[in-house]
Design a protein around this ligand. Structure first.
Ligand SMILES: *Cc1c(COP(=O)(O)O)cnc(C)c1O
Length: 361
């Protein structure tokens, strides 16, 4: 073993050594339907205006870490209840890391339904916490008795509920979620991850005043701003204050801040794009349902989970047609032969439908 290998074995934690690097495929030249991005950009006039705005940003100065104006805009634009504030993150991925770090007492457990967003487990393990995944039912609904039993047994410090879930696309039953939040009272916090809220039009944000242990987490990534990396979360002020202590003081950079402020001034444009994508979702669902050999699961997000007979072969054939989707076939027993595809423009959706027809035919 070389000097460095020996050193790394000695100093890097075994759970970090054990994982492979997060792989992001190169999408150059491909129709990119793997990451739930909004396919629409800002109109040219707004892009020019944004350019002028960004040119004024003082790149030589650190951000002002209170982010007062941006936070106020977010609270007003996204229905954060009166008396509640938000904490900003460099994407909601960073918020998940902050929650893990803040709650990583020795022996602490993080719990989530499974399959769900992979970062919940990855982040918990990186923080030295145990991660427990409670299987969903075959139809991807919550198995409430199993969730309640796991809560009683593991006493999780943190429980994640994605609403809607990724990669399955469904909204869990709101009454069952409320039962879980109530069962967690006095045990731990419940993070409702609403990354797809603009497509679901359902939210636990209005419930914040009712549940002192509730965190509602959102991101601007899926409504057209994935590149700027901005997430936010709200919770009872005392809880939010603890989570905010973990945040690196300058975690949201000045360009992100200026671009987000600009986008929030033109939220109507982003909301109109989300409305278009919701209409496309309905059209695409109907087209996919007509393809023999393809099972389409209902989705409240800007994506669909599909099951085919041989997902590896189908994904390879889609790639032959320059279409990139995400293959979930090997991720989880419940996701056997499943792939996930982003709802995109009418043109890109048509390309996908045509290629999928040929791939399964
Ligand atoms: C995409 C996604 C996120 C990550 O959002 P970023 O703000 O881009 O880090 C969080 N949660 C779920 C469920 C997601 O699908």
């Amino acid at each position: 073993m070389s000097y460095l290998d020996a050193l790394l074995t000695k100093i890097i934690r075994p759970e970090v050594r054990a994982v492979g690097a997060y792989h992001v495929p190169d999408a150059a030249g491909l129709v990119k339907l793997d990451a739930m991005e909004n396919p629409y950009t800002l109109p040219p006039a707004l892009r020019a205006e944004l350019g002028a705005r960004l040119a004024e940003v003082e790149l030589n100065r650190y951000p002002v870490p209170s982010y007062r104006e941006l936070k106020a805009r977010i609270c007003a634009g996204f229905e954060v209840p009166a008396g509640f504030d938000v904490v900003l993150g460099n994407g909601s991925d960073e918020l998940i890391s902050m929650i893990s770090m803040a709650c990583a007492r020795p022996g602490a457990v993080v719990l989530a339904p499974s399959p769900a967003f992979v970062m919940y487990g990855v982040s918990a393990q990186f923080a030295g916490m145990e991660f427990v995944g409670v299987p969903l039912r075959q139809d991807f609904t919550l198995e409430l008795p199993a969730m309640l039993a796991a809560i009683a047994r593991h006493q999780p410090a943190v429980l994640y509920l994605p609403y809607p879930n990724n990669p399955t696309g469904n909204l869990f039953d709101a009454g069952e979620m409320a039962a879980i939040i109530e069962a967690m009272a006095g045990i731990g916090i419940v993070v409702v991850d609403e990354a797809y809220q603009p497509f679901a039009l359902a939210s636990f944000m209005p419930q914040l005043p009712r549940y002192p242990n509730l965190v509602v987490m959102r991101t601007v990534s899926k409504i057209g701003l994935a590149g700027i990396r901005l997430g936010y979360m709200s919770a009872a002020p005392a809880l939010l204050a603890e989570l905010d202590k973990i945040r690196p003081p300058y975690n949201v950079n000045v360009l992100t801040q200026a671009a987000a402020l600009f986008a929030l001034e033109h939220l109507d444009v982003l909301n109109a794009q989300a409305a278009l994508l919701r209409e496309e979702r309905t059209r695409l669902a109907a087209q996919l349902a007509e393809i023999a050999g393809v099972e389409v699961f209902p989705s409240a997000g800007n994506f669909f989970l599909l099951r085919v007979a041989n997902v590896d072969a189908v994904c390879a054939k889609l790639l032959d047609h320059q279409i990139l989707v995400k293959n979930f076939g090997k991720m989880h027993a419940l996701l056997a032969n499943c792939l996930r595809v982003t709802v995109s423009t009418p043109e890109e959706n048509a390309l996908f439908v045509a290629a999928l027809r040929r791939a399964v035919g």
